[in-house]
Design a protein around this ligand. Structure first.
Ligand code: BMA
Length: 314
């Protein structure tokens, strides 16, 4: 940890690799995370040997050592509504524990038409019900807020990022999780570490200082892309208003397993668990190949947004 990076990597990283999977696959990365009763759950993005992704559950008692289910839980739909938009797979899930006791799962539906935000839900992590295709194409990185604000469900998404359109984070509103609109830009790319695209990482967390949102920023370089993580705070009552964001990235690829893999130089968090003692466990895809875990204090994440950095270590 230093003044600009509040995270410490788990010594056992990468905590899940292809070799840990109970069935053959190409890679396992970008996992959603939540607590379900006494269990930590990860919903793993698993890329099969065709290059298409599905989602498989992994379970843990301590948040560090996971048992991976023997078979996928969510695969491409074959119904006429969702099927055509999930032809090439389901990717990059996020889990939001909702105020009504359900767990909403947002994911990227991928097909010949492009990527599209989709929403499903579960109560028990056994039955999964698809709710809506929540955006047009192209769109990625959809995350739901855990509670309604001013009577609406809220979702952050990323409708741009292609064909010269800025890759900004937007806020969408819905009365029912199905019909989405009234979109407004929340934060767009700026010159620097996130100059190409931004996208929300994990569902917003309510803190005393506002909604804390971690997001990834992409920089294109002559040698390829760099994916790093930033943090911002949104107004608790009007979350399209950014209260502040850390001027620098707060977590980036450094370790060999983050620097080398199918897509080098990528850390891509999709899940975060906040413990009762204020510790944050951040689960992230590393180089689109394996899964890492890094921990921080929630207070420190808020502090880097509000003050730009942490006090020097004594
Ligand atoms: C993004 C998504 C992520 C991936 C990242 C780096 O566009 O597709 O799934 O981790 O690119 O390749």
């Amino acid at each position: 940890m230093d003044q600009f990076c509040p995270f410490r990597r788990c010594e056992a990283n990468p905590i899940i690799r292809r070799e840990d999977m109970p069935y053959p696959c190409n890679t396992v990365f970008n996992a959603a995370a939540c607590r379900f009763g006494d269990t930590y759950l990860l919903l793993l993005r698993v890329e099969d040997l065709r290059g298409h992704s599905h989602l498989t559950l992994a379970r843990s008692d301590d948040g560090y050592r996971f048992r991976i289910d023997p078979k996928p839980w969510i695969e491409s739909a074959d119904d006429p509504v969702f099927g055509p938009y999930e032809e090439y797979g389901v990717e990059d899930p996020r889990i939001t524990p909702m105020a009504d006791g359900t767990y909403a799962i947002t994911y990227t539906a991928f097909s010949r038409h492009g990527p599209r935000a989709a929403i499903g839900r579960t109560r028990d992590f056994e039955t999964f019900e698809r709710v809506a295709l929540a955006s047009e194409v192209p769109n990625k990185d959809a995350v739901l807020f855990p509670e309604k604000v001013a009577g609406d469900y809220l979702m952050l998404d990323r409708p741009g990022g292609y064909h010269g359109v800025p890759g900004s984070i937007w806020l969408q509103r819905s009365p029912d999780l199905v019909h989405w609109g009234r979109g407004r830009v929340v934060l767009g790319p700026e010159p620097g570490w996130g100059s190409a695209k931004l996208g929300a990482s994990s569902p917003p967390v309510r803190t005393g200082a506002g909604w804390l949102v971690l997001y990834h920023g992409v920089r294109s370089t002559g040698a390829g892309v760099l994916y790093r993580v930033g943090a911002m705070l949104l107004d608790p009552d009007d979350p399209e208003r950014v209260l502040g964001y850390a001027p620098h990235f707060i977590f980036g690829p450094e370790e060999p397993y983050e620097r080398t893999g199918d897509v080098p130089n990528v850390v891509f968090p999709c899940g975060m668990v906040v413990e009762p003692d204020g510790t944050v466990k951040l689960y992230y895809g590393a180089a689109d190949t394996c899964i890492g875990l890094a921990e921080a204090r929630l207070d420190d994440l808020v502090r880097v947004v509000r003050e730009g950095c942490l006090p020097p270590e004594p």
